[in-house]
Design a protein around this ligand. Structure first.
Ligand code: M6R
Length: 622
């Protein structure tokens, strides 16, 4: 949460920073700001504003700043309201230091009191201003001890001492007034990546602002501090000392972050699914051996064969994909599987034997709770793997091994293509683990054939868009929705409800359809549409009975059903047909109309689809 960008080099930094913030805006969008330093005089000018990056851009256009060094920030508020003054960057002391920060400083209140006693005046209600003043305080202390205010060493000493006093998480980037060719970045818990250029360096919360500018990056790890000038990078581990930067190739392509002809990223990403499903399988299906192949699990066959239990841990949409994975792993590999909310697992103490394999499922690879749950399991010595989209993200780097989704950047806050890619990867994982156990060669071959058909099935499903648009017209004024499905479509019901609530602000609940009679049926009335996910399958008649029960109580019904199911049209008010696929792969085709339904409803209600209120794409704070 919150996006940070910094630059030191020869380009005009205000334009560059604002462009970078636009690319990072999906991380938080309550307010935005930049601080620009002029390499000649050292003066640092700040422009900041509550609201979107566009508002900051207007401010800078009307009141320009000039320089080739700078830092920028787009905020998702944790401490303090979203006001101009609370926006980052924040000034320490009398302007000796200016910082941007991502994360949460847990001991900010006690530090603030101490700094106030020492004469520091606070202008904001943020935790970040405490850090800025703390660095200014230690800078003054260093100078008292004989440090040269214009020396890099003095600034680094001040920042290091300050960081040791912080409890919580941070990604911090700082400018120092008296050293006007210096950007300092430090990380504990909140991601930062450095872009390595020719006579220029960048730093950002993720690689998106660097695309098109540099080909090489260095990912900062926790407890690392980077000192950047136009010509040099120095890295230091705050506990163990100097480090040499491990430079990696940036393999993100620029059109990934472009909107193209689409009105919103969410719609673009929904339409990318035939391709992203294909990408999630590329090079992974081995028809000769009727199994899947993964290059990065980093566990050999005997180790994998020993596994007798799987724990999938995740948040939000990734957790829903995990539920689909649970059903698949139990059905095909006969492996007892549990799906744990990462926010619970990190503090719970479940019995985990050395035969348990942990998979963290995450699109961003930066979700704070998922990272913490993974670290907790790793600390207990368990094989800890990740199913992740963002290459080089913290979870991808810290996991013992894993599987990438290869879905490309997902910018819309509502996760869409990541879900179908996660389901595709989990199906292959179930095939792979199954073939090491009870699954026969013919059964494995059939799964491969079913999987190979999925990109085409997703393409066919997308043809429902116009119909879904019309259905959205009919229902966009309702304030409560129920979503119901069973077996593989129970997680889809949860996911459909999440999609609707997060982007349209309509109250929606997802349930296993049979649970309806245990409570939710009390909500059914003419004003509460029920979305039933009822494709053909083993318990089709059972779900149909649930549907009849809603009908009997005059609840409007939207059904997601298989092509050719004429019976359902007699009962449901509206039917969206999807291709008939194997039950375990139905979540891929049944989730797509639900993504489109929430998209169109949100648009019709005038909501900001890609940047819904109160949310951010990567939840990097607890
Ligand atoms: O990046 P992750 O997959 O770890 O993110 C997990 C959730 O924060 C995420 O899925 C969230 O629920 C989305 N907004 C759902 O659309």
């Amino acid at each position: 949460m919150c996006g940070i960008v910094g630059y030191v080099g020869f380009r005009k930094s205000p334009e560059l920073l604002i462009e970078g913030l636009r690319r990072l805006e999906y991380r938080g969008y309550d307010s935005a700001g930049i601080a620009v330093q002029n390499g000649n005089g050292g003066e640092i000018n700040i422009r900041k504003k509550a609201g979107r990056v566009d508002e900051l851009a207007n401010l800078v256009q009307n009141d320009p700043v000039d320089g080739t060094i700078g830092i920028g920030h787009t905020r998702w508020a944790t401490h303090g309201e979203t006001t101009d003054v609370n926006s980052h960057p924040h000034i320490g002391g009398n302007g000796e230091v200016v910082i941007v920060h991502n994360g949460v400083i847990e001991n900010y209140a006690s530090l603030r009191t101490k700094l106030q006693e020492q004469g520091f005046v606070f202008h904001t209600t943020t935790d970040t201003e405490v850090v800025a003043h703390l660095i200014a305080h230690h800078l003054a202390e260093q100078i008292k001890l004989g440090g040269d205010p214009a020396s890099v060493d003095t600034c680094i000493a001040a920042i290091e001492i300050s960081l040791k006093r912080l409890k919580g998480t941070y990604g911090i980037v700082a400018l120092f007034r008296d050293v006007p060719d210096l950007v300092v970045a430090a990380r504990l818990g909140s991601p930062l990546v450095i872009g390595v250029g020719d006579r220029e360096h960048y730093v950002a919360s993720d690689a998106s602002p660097l695309v098109g500018y540099v080909d090489e990056v260095v990912y900062l790890s926790d407890h690392e501090l980077a000192t950047l000038t136009a010509d040099e990078i120095h890295l230091k581990h705050l506990e163990t000392g100097q480090l040499s930067p491990s430079i990696q190739t940036l393999d993100q392509v620029s059109n990934d972050v472009e909107l193209g002809d689409y009105e919103h990223y969410m719609l673009k990403e929904i339409y990318e699914q035939p391709q992203t499903i294909e990408n999630a399988m590329r090079g992974r299906l081995n028809a000769d051996e009727a199994t899947a192949v993964f290059g990065g699990l980093n566990l050999d066959a005997p180790q994998l064969r020993r596994i007798d239990r799987v724990v999938l841990t995740a948040c939000g949409t990734s957790w829903h994909a995990g539920l689909v994975g649970e059903y698949m792993l139990e059905e095909f590999a006969r492996l007892p599987t549990e799906v744990e909310y990462a926010s619970e697992l990190r503090y719970r103490n479940p019995p985990l034997s050395d035969r348990t394999m942990i998979f963290a499922i995450t699109q961003s690879g930066e979700t704070a709770d998922t990272l913490a749950a993974m670290r907790e399991c790793k600390r207990k010595g368990l094989p800890t793997l990740a199913i992740c989209n963002v290459v080089g993200s913290t979870i991808a780097r810290e996991a013992d091994g894993g599987i990438y989704l290869h879905a490309g950047s997902e910018i819309g806050v509502a996760s869409t293509k990541a879900f179908t890619s996660q389901v595709t990867v989990l199906a292959q994982l179930a095939l792979f683990m199954g073939r090491m156990r009870h699954l026969s060669y013919p059964a494995g071959s059939r799964i491969i054939e079913h999987l190979k058909a999925m990109p085409e099935k997703a393409e066919q499903t997308l043809k429902c868009d116009e119909l879904v648009h019309d259905i959205a017209k009919k229902y966009h004024g309702f304030d409560n929705f129920l979503y119901m499905g069973r077996l593989y479509n129970f997680p889809v019901a949860l996911e459909g409800a999440l999609k609707l609530k997060e982007i349209s602000y309509i109250h929606a609940e997802g349930y296993p359809a049979a649970e309806m009679k245990h409570g939710p049926i009390a909500l059914v009335d003419e004003q509460t549409p029920s979305v039933f996910i009822v494709p053909r399958g083993s318990i089709y008649p059972k779900v149909m009975s649930n549907l009849e029960e809603v009908k009997a109580r005059k609840g409007p019904i939207i059904a997601i059903a298989c092509e050719g199911d004429e019976k359902i049209a007699d009962i449901a008010d509206d039917v969206i047909y999807v291709p008939d696929v194997e039950e375990y792969l139905q979540p891929i085709v049944t989730s797509i109309p639900l993504q489109l339904l929430s998209y169109h409803i949100a648009c019709m209600r005038g909501c900001n689809v890609d940047r819904p209120r109160n949310l951010a794409k990567s939840v990097t704070v607890e």
